[in-house]
Design a protein around this ligand. Sequence first.
Ligand SMILES: [Cu+2]
Length: 77
Amino acid sequence: MEGESIMKKLMLIEGMSCGHCVNHVKNALEDIAQVSSAVVDLESKNAVVDLKEDVDDDILKEAVEEAGYDVKEIKKI
Ligand SMILES: [Cu+2]
């Protein structure tokens, strides 16, 4: 069952090269309290982050960067 979602954000992420990277980014994002779920796509270098509460873009960016990847863009979708 999906949790409550108030908005989605699209992140453009550089540096992922395999399924392990995708899971690493997904887990880093889903560890954030306000994140309901994250769908990460290797080929398009995108993460679609479903939020249950608004969260500062810097928090999303830092989580991915701490996992070892570069965030190029974050926008509401
Ligand atoms: Cu990898």
